[in-house]
Design a binder for this molecule. Structure first.
Ligand code: ZN
Ligand code: ZN
Length: 353
């Protein structure tokens, strides 16, 4: 029985859970597959894997039983009956259709979607274990290798799409099993859009180039942003860059277990506000990263969460001047009892290529 299963029932009113969403099933079972069911009670956990995955799952040395999934309509009621389930929690993150199907199939075991099941798993996922920290760090190293590589690739005449492709290819070559999200590689006036989409636009002398990208390794994501200058940089561009850098440094310097997420956000936001760009920083300062690219906790003014040791959060302030240019710099940090460890090793200073 895994500690994660025990934690699921530590403070809940359900006595069994049926977990079918890909991320939660993976987190609870330790095994990745595109389909399948994880069923558990306080003292038993079973992963139902179909013929495509059964052999690998059975050989993976998981902390749960592995059974061959052949007929969920027969196997699920049978398992819940053996577990003595009276109130079975289903996830609320699955589709309404799937929830309806499972609720009907498992009516006699009190199956219904229960938000507490999702929130307990999301909360558990915010605190990373050593193995998770290692995978996220490895994913970050892959992204940094790609960043180093494209520093030699970026020049006037290269298009944003070519740059995005080069970043992704370099991450793949360095061992990424996938990319964390659609790579952002934008230049010039496009950088004023925080989530601009790479286009056929050619990078020109005097452009700022913003790259926001990440690698997936062992199922875990990394996330980093760097803004570089091509050829030359104006005083205003440099001033905006330094302001963003100071804002990020300010947030990184307050990150620590016990600190409110809203206060970490405020540390960055105050620097940008006092420089006169408050209304040009229109997103949260950061977010958790793990099996998904956006997880809890959020470093946002609205967050009521308090940082805990083992959280991994991004720090990514930005300033965006519409139709002119924007700057964002993003690092990932591991929260500890007495501060944080910055997992991003790439240079934060403005690079002029
Ligand atoms: Zn990012
Ligand atoms: Zn991010």
């Amino acid at each position: 029985m895994t500690g994660r299963v025990a934690a699921l029932f530590a403070d809940s009113d359900f006595d069994a859970a049926v977990i079918t969403s890909e991320v939660s099933r993976r987190y609870m079972s330790g095994f990745e597959m595109s389909d399948g069911i994880f069923v558990c009670s306080r003292d038993r956990a079973v992963l139902l894997a179909d013929g495509r995955y059964f052999e690998a799952a059975a050989a993976a040395g998981l902390d749960c039983e592995v059974q061959l999934l052949t007929d969920a309509r027969r196997q699920l009621p049978e398992l819940l009956g053996q577990m003595g389930a009276g109130h079975t929690a289903l996830e609320t993150r699955i589709s309404v259709r799937e929830a309806g199907r499972l609720s009907d199939m498992l009516k006699q075991y009190g199956a219904s979607p229960d938000e507490r099941l999702d929130s307990v798993i999301e909360q558990m996922r915010t605190v990373k274990g050593d193995a998770e920290v290692r995978l996220i760090t490895a994913a970050q190293r892959i992204a940094e290798a790609a960043f180093e590589h494209v520093l030699g690739f970026i020049r006037a005449g290269v298009t944003e799409l070519e740059l995005a492709a080069e970043l992704e290819y370099a991450m793949r070559r360095s061992g990424a099993e996938g990319i964390s999200f659609e790579t952002i590689a934008i230049s010039g006036a496009n950088t004023s859009k925080p989530h601009g989409v790479p286009s056929g636009k050619v990078i020109e002398m005097g452009d700022l180039v913003t790259m926001d990208f990440g690698a997936v390794y062992g199922g875990y994501h990394s996330d980093m942003t760097r803004t570089v200058a091509v050829g030359r940089v104006s005083d205003e561009q440099r001033h905006v860059y330094q302001t963003v850098l100071s804002a990020g440094d300010a947030a990184l310097s307050v990150l620590c277990a016990g600190v409110r997420c809203a206060d970490a956000d405020a540390a960055a936001r105050e620097i940008i506000e006092s420089a006169g760009y408050g209304d040009r920083f229109n997103h949260s300062t950061g977010h958790g990263v793990g099996l998904e690219i956006h997880e809890l906790p959020n470093l946002s003014p609205r967050s009521e969460a308090v940082l805990e040791s083992g959280n991994i959060v991004t720090v990514e302030p930005g300033i965006y001047l519409p139709a002119r240019f924007g700057v964002r710099v993003e690092d990932m940090a591991l929260i500890t009892a007495d501060g944080c460890v910055n997992l991003t090793k790439a240079d934060r200073q403005l690079i002029i290529l």
